[in-house]
Design a protein around this ligand. Structure first.
Ligand code: 5RP
Length: 293
């Protein structure tokens, strides 16, 4: 209870000490709202500046993908190793323990499946994202899709409005259509369009040629998807090359949960992303951990 008598007079103003004006460790977000920075700092490790996101949202368009048939058995044991999880609200409520304690990049758009035309998506309700304490809103953006490009960019722009209103960052998720090539020109355009329309960070694919230009041309951090399952050594090399070219992390699914040993694999990926392990050492780490399991 405040008193109006007998209070000690304030005197520690430290007039000779300048107030620190800290920058923010993620590019393009130095002027973001406190809530946005706070949530980004839950997703990204402030020491390495990077993140290992575990993606298991594939079922929202693909159904029971290999490795995701029983997510209570395959995914829940992996969550403890991830910096952030990415999934749909259905999976979050039905599978992920509320005590998991990990930030959630919520799959925030939904629509057609692989059985019909992909990319015809609308947004999920913001009230639910707030209720679920989402740390990021993740709409899919189909740059170059003749039919749904504008609709999905409008979805992203709507998310950016939610970001301004509620302080929940937007993660632009670039989807590559069937007839589009994942080269630096396309990925550079797609990631830049996401950033220009308000994404706080962008998920895209790695490309061998010119990925550093994709990163440089995107004013906010990029995280890469793993794509289809590769041999473990190759997937670790992919992560290494992406980080070496400036990606700030991975949002990886199949190359972790479809691995021979997912627990070993996610730890080896963390070795690359946070500790700068080279692909050879990371693969050795994977083999050692897999042997012990
Ligand atoms: C599915 C997605 C996935 O989250 C994304 O593709 C990451 O998973 P993977 O590493 O398996 O490619 O956006 O719609």
């Amino acid at each position: 209870m405040a008193d109006n008598e007998g209070n000690i007079e304030a005197k520690n103003y430290n007039t000779d000490v300048a107030v620190k004006t800290d920058g923010f460790f993620l590019k393009g977000n130095a002027h973001a709202d406190w809530g946005v920075q706070n949530r980004l700092a839950r997703i990204f490790n402030a020491k390495s500046g990077n993140t290992v996101m575990l993606a298991f949202d594939h079922g929202y368009i693909m159904g029971p993908t290999s490795g995701l048939e029983r997510m209570d058995l395959s995914i829940v044991p992996l969550i403890q190793y991830a910096d952030c999880i990415m999934c749909s609200r259905g999976t979050l409520r039905s599978v992920v323990p509320p005590l998991a304690g990990k930030p959630v990049a919520l799959r925030f758009s939904a629509g057609s499946t692989i059985l019909t035309e992909l990319n015809n998506e609308c947004l999920v309700g913001i009230d639910d994202a707030i209720k679920l304490d989402a740390s990021a809103l993740a709409p899919m953006v189909a740059i170059g899709d003749m039919k749904f490009e504008a609709k999905t960019i409008q979805n992203l722009a709507q998310c950016a409005d939610y970001t301004s209103r509620y302080g929940i960052p937007t993660l632009g998720v670039t989807a590559v259509g069937k007839n589009l090539v994942r080269d630096a020109r396309y990925l550079g355009l797609a990631t830049r369009v996401c950033a220009e329309n308000g994404a706080n960070f962008v998920k895209t694919y790695y490309c061998e040629e010119g990925f550093e230009k994709v990163v440089a041309g995107c004013p906010v951090p990029i995280v890469i998807a793993g794509g289809k399952k590769l041999p473990e050594a190759d997937a670790l090399e992919l992560a290494y090359k992406a980080i070496s070219s400036g990606a700030r992390g991975v949002d990886m699914g199949r190359n972790i949960f479809q691995s021979e040993n997912p627990v070993a694999m996610i730890q080896a990926v963390k070795g690359v992303v946070h500790e700068g392990l080279n692909p050879k050492d990371a693969y050795q780490m994977y083999c050692d951990l897999a042997k012990k399991a």
